[in-house]
Design a protein around this ligand. Sequence first.
Ligand SMILES: C[S@@+](CC[C@H](N)C(=O)[O-])C[C@H]1O[C@@H](n2cnc3c(N)ncnc32)[C@H](O)[C@@H]1O
Length: 817
Amino acid sequence: METSSIEMNELPLATKTITPPPSIEPIPMETSSIDELPSSDSNQTDSIEAVGEKRKRTDEDEKPNLEPSETKITPSPWWKTSLCSYFRREASCSHGSECKYAHGEAELRMKPDNTWDPTSERGKKAKAMKMSEQEEKEDDEVLFTEQMMESIDGDEGGGGSVSVVDLSLSKCLVHLPNKWQSDELKKFLGEQGVQYKSAKKRRGMIVGFVTFENAEQLQSGVEILDGKTVNSSNLKIADVLPRTFDKNDARKSVKSARDAVTPLADLSYADQLEQKKASIGQMLKKLARNARKACPNGGSLPQWVLTSRDRGGLACNLEGIIESPITNGYRNKCEFSVGLSLQGKPTVGFSLGSFCAGVTAVEEPVDCPNVSKIAVQYASIFQKFIEKSKLQVWNRFQHSGFWRQLTVREGRKPGVLSNDEDAISRIAEVMLIVQVCLTGSDEAEVATEFEEMAKAFAEGARASSPTLPLTVLVVQNHSGISNVAPPDAPLQVLPIPMSDNGTNQEQTTNALTEARIHDHINNLRFSISPTAFFQVNTVAAEKLYSVAGDWADLGPDTLLFDVCCGTGTIGLTLAHRVGMVVGIEMNASAVADAEQNATINGITNCKFICSKACILTITYLAENVMSSLLKQYLDVTQMEEAKPLSNANDDFDKEIPSTEEMSNSEHVADQNIPPSNTRVEELQENEQKDSSSLEPEKSTKPQFKNVVAIVDPPRSGLHPAVIKALRTHPRLKRLVYISCNPETLVANAIELCTPSFDEADRGNKNYRGRKKIGIAALARHRAKSMPTSEAFRPVKAMAVDLFPHTDHCEMVMLLER
Ligand SMILES: C[S@@+](CC[C@H](N)C(=O)[O-])C[C@H]1O[C@@H](n2cnc3c(N)ncnc32)[C@H](O)[C@@H]1O
């Protein structure tokens, strides 16, 4: 089987060597056994930048400091607790029995913390068992923490009392269709012949709640419903955990905020890196497997697919994983939900699970190592304030309340890099964004609350030791279902009261009109507005951008497209290495930031293009702007050659995916919900206006020989039409894909890297099947309709860990043709 553990152990050797400081012993990279043997320097793993390199032989290795029993020295507790990379690869090792690493599974010992090398068979088995235990637990209980039960008798307004509901006679039904409401659930129960007292279901959740009249009804209902298939999902029956249950009850295991937000926090950082590298390796295998299936029948397979077997099934070499220079408190942006805790207390922190799965409890951000100390302090100040506030916290079931979310954004001083202990001194600016729902609120009351809130933040910041920076305080009004507000949700900057220094004079404020803070990347200063994207781990992002820049093979005659450019970070940090940068971004304030950032850094060879619409805009922009700019900046003879083999725009209108298709492709995972078809003309009109300034002015423009694109899309990946635009521009020979979601990178790479089908064999690109299919399968389907064009090939990939303690990881892939 291609995904077998043996193959995972055969990840290719890294070619990129990121040299650790001299005092640091290299770790045995290729084995995936990156748990180091302990040395006198307990911090050594923190300084090692990448794993994936070959283990290097050193003099130290020749004279192992941890001798076997022969020398009468007690062996280290770490002796033979990791597998030896040489032995694994070569079936021999020059250290023989003296080797401190285990030669095979039989020799392997358990680690002092009672765990096994995660790359060993026993390690993998233990991990799989832990995961399935976890899943079982999660399936058995649904954490139900809001007032739905109170209104279960049919009072949608929630006016009932929890005492009327007997929880021992209540059950949760899990895996119900998302769209159903109480009426559909009741109808379904009736059709199944299930008798019950009351049934409740909210749209947007997969969980419904049913209360029975007595134990017999409950038993019969469970028998009928358990495992029943509804819309191709099997129903599960779970117990209800009420909001008031005893958290310390050992029978009920409930996730903590730490488990929910930083699920890997209990692993060593070396093990986290190893796990992430292995998972990126799996993605590369998935790409090769799917590409093989996506190639036209009867044609020859591309070389990179044929040679994937030589690389253990990987689509291209995985060069290694670059670790984050800081692992604790690294997030420069933390979004804290406001809601009720398990005990029903107004809380500012993290949700313990997804609303869709019936979870709304919010717990304080205790022991979450990715959160900065400043952010935790502000969350606590805000929590104390809302405890006394007359306005209610947000209730997702009832869709009511006022206080919804607190976002803490931090800006670093230039050139300072330190560990978490210095976090406060490293942060120069802080922006607080408080999300509220103003619907139905009293203006005067709200004004008073805002004033009190600003006072509470200012006093809290001053009372902290050391004093916390507080630069901007913004309120965002949002009434949508989830806390993810659209970028144009109304913002209001609140004045922050300044200290009166003990005098009784009227307080002054920092009445800012512009809400922005600043951060620094590669010695450039970046201005960031409230809703603009900025990588949350700035120091690790520098490493990510530097890999992308190195792989892009830039030069003075390069025209660089920075697709999904945000505040312009990638293009601006690489501007000095290219002739011209064109950034494309849909968030208007991010584009304004990008332009300002070019100005404040004295960069003149960057152009940023914006549309405030959705994913369709970049489709249009990517295709039209790119061809327009190609005309401007590439010489005419080359343009002739560069004519796309097929007109990428001719079926633009038809390119709009149906909602069904979008949900199949999971392209709706973030906010990029496509506009309705009726808005397309309007969009095109606007974009035509935007791009009219890009009409050819050949005489005045420099000519570029080399066209490179760096794409950095959101989790949903690139829209199919953008993929087509990139692929059908023959001048674009090199593409660096940065991804925060390797699953969508794989899907997009299938379309970019598989050969075109003959006209006669082309499929219909829009998937109309009734069955939901995975994104890779959908990409294979779409690949069939790719206009005739030269395919890219994956050249190399690198994992970059921007998110220690979580299971997310960035991935960079170089594609060439
Ligand atoms: C992962 S961020 C990368 C931003 C930037 N490259 C950086 O590193 O700071 C993705 C960006 O793509 C933008 N975006 C999302 N969908 C887009 C679309 N359809 N067209 C243009 N930009 C889009 C988002 O607003 C966001 O700024």
